[in-house]
Design a protein around this ligand. Structure first.
Ligand code: NAD
Ligand code: TYD
Length: 353
């Protein structure tokens, strides 16, 4: 049995689905169902006894203590977080609460549980912390990609809160010996990606005939990874990762945002042509994000060398699958575009010229 936090969100839900496709070890899935959590992501697990969903908050110590005592998980995989940079700019408070205080609460509960285990279970126990490459800051055009020893230089409230949580995880290993592992992954994309993030937002807007808002000059670079490759990397770390170690996970796919948007338009032109002409006519440059990091790139050689992990998808195969998924799952998109989602679009985009 493993305990997953945030397993109703984009990556967490993909991880739970992927986990149960690959093995029969049950999953307790703790998720607060914020705007980003969606039980529809897990609909295919309805009636599957291997999946136990618990609606709750990682800041709730009593609940976590109870879940650990009742289910005795051999590992915790911690995804739960506030994850969107633009939202962290508009309202950083929730990011500190969940990403910092929530991770602290989970670590303390895990430590209490772990200390009570017998020697064998204690040695086998793992706390895996899912983090981001954004903690490392922004790269210049010729800088080497982020390695695990790169200094932390977080620039947004989101990345600062994730950096704080990484430091807590590190300290709980160093001070208390808690067997933790951490992964710092680059930008993910794929099914169930909430349409506030670049790729699903562009697909949703294009299909609705709305502007495709490119921040600034569109030359910011991200290193894209198909989400199931992130899931397989976490499985590899759980299986063979060394306690106290950090693993950078990336797809060797650095692309400027404007190129991503053009690729999406070309795929949509092919798969769902619009009588009005290419979707690229909708591309609109808008005011940049404050403090916008220019470039992220991951050096993923350590996880390949030590754990034999490499991504299975290329960007070309992954992005095609993603566009096909969104075209086949328009109901899912319609359901998440609720009133609250429209309020967010007004807040984030109305003030940009
Ligand atoms: P997401 O926003 O889609 O999902 C987050 C999930 O956490 C949601 O289901 C939400 O309901 C849940 N949650 C939020 N606050 C909670 C709380 N207090 N208690 C319990 N559950 C809570 O995020 P995501 O994109 O799936 O990211 C998952 C993790 O991966 C995060 O830790 C993020 O920092 C990290 N990460 C994301 C990316 C990316 O490209 N999306 C890249 C690298 C790392
Ligand atoms: P995003 O998906 O929010 O991920 P992150 O900020 O965590 O990297 O954004 C990816 C890139 O796309 C980032 O450089 C910001 C840019 N972007 C736009 O240009 N327009 C948009 O509407 C959004 C949401 C993002």
């Amino acid at each position: 049995m493993i305990l997953v936090t945030g397993g109703a969100g984009f990556i967490g839900a993909n991880f739970v689905l992927d986990w149960l496709r690959n093995c029969d070890e049950p999953v307790v899935n703790l998720d607060a169902l914020t705007y980003a959590g969606n039980l529809e992501n897990l609909a295919s697990l309805k009636g599957d006894a291997r999946h136990i969903f618990v609606h709750g908050d990682i800041c709730d110590r009593e609940l976590i203590d109870r879940l650990l005592a009742e289910h005795q998980p051999r590992a915790i995989v911690h995804f739960a977080a506030e994850s969107h940079v633009d939202r962290s700019i508009h309202g950083p408070g929730d990011f500190i609460r969940t990403n910092v205080n929530g991770t602290f609460t989970l670590l303390e509960a895990a430590r209490g549980h772990w200390m009570g285990l017998d020697a064998e279970a204690k040695a086998a126990f793992r706390f895996h912390h899912v983090s981001t490459d954004e903690v490392y800051g922004s790269l210049g055009p010729n800088d080497p990609a982020f390695s695990e020893t790169k200094t932390y230089e977080p620039n947004s409230p989101y990345s600062a809160s994730k950096a704080a949580s990484d430091h807590l995880v590190r300290a709980w290993h160093h001070t208390y010996g808690l067997p933790v592992t951490t992964s710092n992954c680059s930008n993910n994309y794929g099914p169930y990606h909430f349409p506030e993030k670049l790729i699903p937002l562009m697909i949703a807007n294009a299909l609705a005939g709305k502007p495709l808002p490119v921040y600034g000059d569109g030359q910011q670079i991200r290193d894209w990874l198909y989400v199931t490759d992130h899931c397989s990397a976490i499985r590899a770390i759980l299986q063979a990762g060394k306690p106290g170690e950090v693993y950078n996970v990336g797809g060797w796919n650095e692309k400027p945002n404007i190129e991503i948007v053009h690729t999406l338009c070309a795929l949509l032109d092919e798969l769902k042509p619009d009588a009005a002409g290419s979707y690229s006519r909708l591309i609109t440059y808008v005011t940049d994000r404050p403090g916008h990091d220019r470039r992220y790139a991951i050096d993923a050689r350590k996880i390949e060398r030590e754990l034999g992990w490499r991504p299975a998808e290329t960007f070309e195969t992954g992005i095609r699958k993603t566009v096909e998924w969104y075209l086949a799952n328009q109901d899912w998109v319609a359901h998440v575009q609720s009133g609250a989602y429209r309020d967010w679009l007004d807040k984030n985009y109305a003030g940009r010229s």
